[in-house]
Design a protein around this ligand. Structure first.
Ligand code: SAH
Length: 241
């Protein structure tokens, strides 16, 4: 069982989207589970204080290291990575998701205010992970996004394992465009090749479309892909982008 623990001041934010669809079904099947640690329970004094003003002055409040450590230490670690969601962290990506999915679970610390005292990040070997170059009000949404990306990779969670291997980033490319019924919609048709039944041509079209789209939207990904693949210039698919 893949065990996920969230340390948060806002338990009511959970499970949110983690409690629906394939993730909830997988939880009921015993593939994974989640629990919540309320940081406030480890707060100081009658008011259960968890934060203090920053040393050196300035705006906002900082989460205390002793309170954070008490919450962390209350959990069975079980060799799970201890993650602090933070805009300063390593940018989260599909490769990281795959690595975490191979482990026993996750402990996710959701920051608030100006964030966490540096000493507990060091003292508990927290791994700082960022969801992108923007600033959220707290780590809860970030922790849920990370967890959703990881849990859907666990064996038995996504219905069709094939659909995982063809997705954006798994191949090093963004995914090709998708079409379904109706065949014509608001004057826009479906590419003929997709209706041809010729699986080889369809696969070629999808690969070329994926290359063209990646080249246009994410030159960084395309450059990395080019280094490891023999690139033929995309012949079809360009016209869509
Ligand atoms: N003062 C901090 C931002 C604090 S935002 C700074 O400038 O780096 C409050 C909390 O939201 C953070 O502690 C973190 O847990 C969460 N958070 C904000 N943006 C995030 C992001 N891009 N990725 C992951 N967590 C984020």
């Amino acid at each position: 069982m893949f065990e996920t623990s969230f340390i948060t001041l806002f338990p009511e934010a959970f499970p949110g989207p983690l409690g629906v669809s394939i993730l909830e079904r997988a939880r009921k099947e015993g593939i994974w589970d989640w629990d919540i640690i309320q940081l406030r329970d480890f707060g100081i004094g009658k008011h259960r204080n968890v934060d203090e003003t920053p040393a050196g002055g300035g705006a906002g409040m900082v989460l205390r290291p002793d309170v954070a450590a008490a919450a962390i230490d209350s959990l069975p670690r079980q060799e799970r990575p201890l993650i602090y969601l933070s805009p300063r962290g390593k940018p989260f990506d599909q490769e990281m998701a795959r690595t975490f999915a191979e482990g026993p679970g996750l402990i996710l610390f959701c920051g608030r205010f100006e964030g966490l005292d540096e000493r507990v990040i060091e003292g508990r070997d927290m791994i700082e992970v960022s969801m992108g170059d923007f600033v959220l009000a707290g780590g809860e949404v970030a922790a849920m996004a990370l967890t959703e990306a990881v849990v859907r990779l666990l064996p038995g969670v996504a219905g069709n394992e094939d659909s995982l291997s063809e997705e954006s980033f798994e191949t090093g490319l963004l995914e090709h465009p998708q079409y379904t019924l109706p065949r014509e919609w608001e004057g826009r048709g479906t590419p003929d090749v997709l209706l041809s039944g010729d699986h080889k041509r369809i696969a070629e079209w999808r690969l070329n479309s994926a290359k063209a789209l990646t080249k246009q939207r994410r030159p960084d990904l395309y450059a990395a892909y080019s280094e490891t693949h023999d690139i033929q210039a995309p012949e079809t698919g360009d016209e869509h982008y």
